[in-house]
Design a protein around this ligand. Structure first.
Ligand SMILES: Nc1ncnc2c1ncn2[C@@H]1O[C@H](COP(=O)(O)OP(=O)(O)OP(=O)(O)O)[C@@H](O)[C@H]1O
Ligand SMILES: [Zn+2]
Length: 698
């Protein structure tokens, strides 16, 4: 069961039961004054059956009708808890649907008695498999022959990875009438298309209930429904986000991790697990095949799938490749615009505006990427130098013109834009820099004279914006994406939300307006993220090669940069992920960074930066005596990049080792000491501390 957070109780608690309960049984047990959900984790050691100490309390109820959670599932939870330094109960509970916690035994029995949806209502019209391209066929053959184990599918954007997933799943399910598949995607609401495809493909075969979704956008009853269907074996396919890695799938045969490089597979609170890494672990534990797919694999997975070479046995994953686009289309031609050669303060180069205008006139769509929402990141006074700082965070509040607000994107603090400078009264306060709102506005001005083709009804250019602001309301994102797919939009402006996975058919030009920021970040993973973001967004252009040819058009990716000589752009121009990866791995090896070393972050939040750092420094000294300490480097405590959020000071300490085992051992022994430290004088003023194993953001 879930014990109170940070109580330091990491192990299961012991209860009395009238008869032996098999491990994995779901029960209700008393905890303090409450009755909570629990999972029987195993039999208590005889001495725990308490000669001394408190009298054991009995189990309150057994959730009848639910088969016990499998040993494989419990092992997964045990491993995740140990590896990510959390309590077993916390991880187990996080892996179960929230509503299961609230239901009593009777309520659950009633819920289980409810009939599943009839197999007849198969939902939308079916979707027939396509004849695989030669590359798809080769990959499917390797998967068929490959058996259990992990595979990395490196497939270009538009190479038809989705079709490979669909057919690999179909083969598994057809081979065994009970087999189940788990398909994970980074953010399901970004790809409503995909869910529809799976339902259309498998609904007619196995009934409407055969495909269930699992993600945080669902209501609690929906999540319980999906979980039960999977646990009881009624669902054959679970399609979900990172949380789905904990789905109870008694007959799991295949796990697919789409866009395996995506940072959203890493949970950023509570147990900070990587769903991708757990998927690989789970596949190995359960003898299931694991298929990781991406056009730009994470460097960890790329390195992990290297072929054997002399003296090197190679990686643990088998690498599969689909370099070509379906329909023999080309990847977009990459054009770098040297912003040093543009007139000062140019935001959109004349060449780019012209290229967009031409495409609008031909009835093609363009897409502009700017990874910053709002109108302008800062509002400033030209007289006294006042800037729109957030009073609670070490960050500026962003100017949103639409509702004339200044909003902090870190703590949410929002105010109306002041009429005059709050510091000196000057009326002339101005936005500095630019976000998607402003880009949309400027674009409308620059393209004001452009007409759409008469054949399509003519009229002025239609610009749309997709970002976290424009899609705040339920269903809004799906509606806006549908508009783009229908061709009701000529130019789409947006943040990285528009870069991912969408199979847009009429986009022929993609532009990254200002990607330079990530080139010089202090986070060693920033170039990797930038490269994949650019590759991914470029991949939205020219996906329908037949239509493109009929248009007499070419797909292009434009990049505005002040650093056109940067090697990252060189590799991007050639669509050469392997070259980029090789260069990055070289640097990582030289600097002993992952995947050549293993990291964890110890973080402390406190009222003052001194307290936070002091706690970390003391924590570091506290493990000096451990035998592993020599093999695990602990760097000095430093403030986070955004050091203060909502009046809380944040500091972190990087912990690194070339030995994963040494790092894990040290962390395990550190845990109880950190709890003790928190209670002591060094813990004064500490609000919370946490450990992030294999951190993605440094
Ligand atoms: N064998 C095939 N025959 C015809 N069309 C196909 C085939 N396989 C895939 N397609 C089509 O090709 C397009 C691209 O496929 P898909 O979206 O799966 O690419 P992807 O590899 O997932 O790309 P990305 O990484 O950019 O998301 C889709 O419209 C898909 O329907
Ligand atoms: Zn703030």
């Amino acid at each position: 069961m879930q014990t109170p957070a940070h109580s330091g109780i990491a192990e299961p608690l012991t209860y009395l039961a009238a008869a032996a309960l098999p491990a994995g049984t779901l029960v209700r047990v008393p905890l303090g004054q409450r009755e909570v959900l629990g999972v029987v984790w195993g039999e208590a050691a005889p001495e725990a059956a308490g000669v001394e100490g408190p009298v054991l309390r009995p189990v309150a109820a057994v959730l009848e009708g639910l088969p016990p959670l499998s040993e494989g599932w419990r092992d997964l939870v045990d491993f995740a808890a140990r590896y990510y330094q959390r309590a077993v109960g916390e991880v187990a509970l996080a892996g179960l649907p929230p509503q299961l916690r609230e239901l009593g035994a009777d309520q659950l029995a009633r819920r289980l008695a409810r009939k599943p949806r009839a197999a007849a209502d198969a939902g939308p019209a079916g979707d027939t498999p396509r004849t695989p391209t030669p590359e798809q066929a080769a990959v499917l053959a390797e998967l068929r022959a490959g058996g259990a184990g992990a595979f990395l599918l490196h497939g270009s954007t538009g190479s038809g990875k989705t079709e490979v997933y669909l057919q690999a799943v179909a083969e598994r399910l057809a081979a065994d009438p009970e087999a189940q598949a788990l398909v994970m995607v980074p953010e399901i609401n970004l790809t409503p298309q995909l869910e529809a495809r799976f339902v259309a493909r498998f609904g007619p075969l196995y009934g409407a209930g055969a495909v269930v979704a699992m993600h945080s956008g669902m209501t609690n009853p929906q999540r319980l429904g999906s979980w039960l269907a999977a646990h009881l074996g009624r669902a054959r396919i679970v399609l979900g986000t990172r949380m789905a890695v904990f789905a109870s799938l008694p007959k799991l045969a295949l796990i697919v991790v789409d866009e395996e490089h995506d940072p959203s597979y890493k949970q950023q609170e509570g147990a900070r697990y990587s769903a991708r890494d757990l998927a690989v672990w789970r596949g190995r534990r359960e003898g299931a095949q694991v298929l990781l797919g991406s056009a730009t694999p994470s460097l960890e997975s790329w390195w992990g799938s290297r072929p054997p070479a002399d003296g090197d046995p190679g990686g643990r994953y088998r690498r599969l490749a689909m370099p070509s686009r379906v329909g023999a289309g080309d990847l977009p031609a990459v054009r770098l615009v040297d912003m040093n050669l543009q007139p000062p303060r140019t935001r959109l180069s004349a060449g780019l505006v012209d290229a967009i205008a031409q495409r609008v006139a031909r009835g093609e769509q363009s897409m502009l990427l700017l990874n910053r929402r709002g109108y302008a990141p800062v509002l400033a006074c030209g007289d006294c130098g006042w800037k729109s700082e957030c009073p609670h965070c070490s960050a500026y509040r962003v100017f949103h013109k639409i509702d004339r607000s200044l909003r902090c994107h870190h703590c949410g603090f929002a105010e109306r834009v002041p009429r005059a400078c709050p510091a000196c009264g000057n009326l002339d306060i101005a936005p500095v820099g630019r976000g998607t709102e402003r880009l949309e506005e400027e674009l409308a001005e620059l393209l004001a004279g452009v007409q759409r083709p008469e054949a399509d009804g003519g009229g002025p250019v239609r610009i749309a914006r997709i970002d976290a602001d424009s899609t705040r309301h339920e269903g809004e994102l799906a509606r806006q994406l549908a508009q783009v797919h229908e061709g009701a939009v000529d130019v789409l402006v947006g943040t990285q939300m528009i870069a991912k996975g969408h199979d847009f058919r009429r986009i022929t030009l993609v532009a990254a307006v200002n990607p330079d920021g990530a080139l010089f970040s202090s986070d060693f993973r920033a170039p990797e993220r930038l490269f994949s973001l650019l590759m991914q967004s470029g991949g939205r252009a020219g996906r329908d090669s037949a239509w493109l040819a009929a248009q007499g058009s070419r797909a292009e990716m434009w990049i505005q940069t002040f650093h056109p000589q940067h090697p990252l752009f060189g590799a991007l121009r050639r669509h050469d992920y392997p070259a980029f990866a090789a260069q990055q791995l070289e640097e990582r090896r030289a600097a002993s960074l992952p995947p050549f070393s293993f990291q964890a972050l110890l973080r402390a939040d406190a009222r003052t930066q001194e307290a936070a750092q002091g706690f970390l420094t003391a924590a570091s000294a506290d493990v000096e005596d451990l035998p592993e300490a020599a093999a695990v480097q602990r760097y000095p405590a430093v403030p986070l990049t955004i050091q203060r959020v909502a009046n809380v000071e944040r500091a972190q300490m990087l912990v690194e080792s070339e030995s994963r085992v040494a790092l894990q051992r040290l962390l395990a022994q550190w845990h109880p000491r950190l709890h003790a430290l928190r209670r002591g004088p060094e813990g004064q003023g500490i609000i919370r501390w946490l450990v992030d194993v294999d951190p993605q953001l440094i």
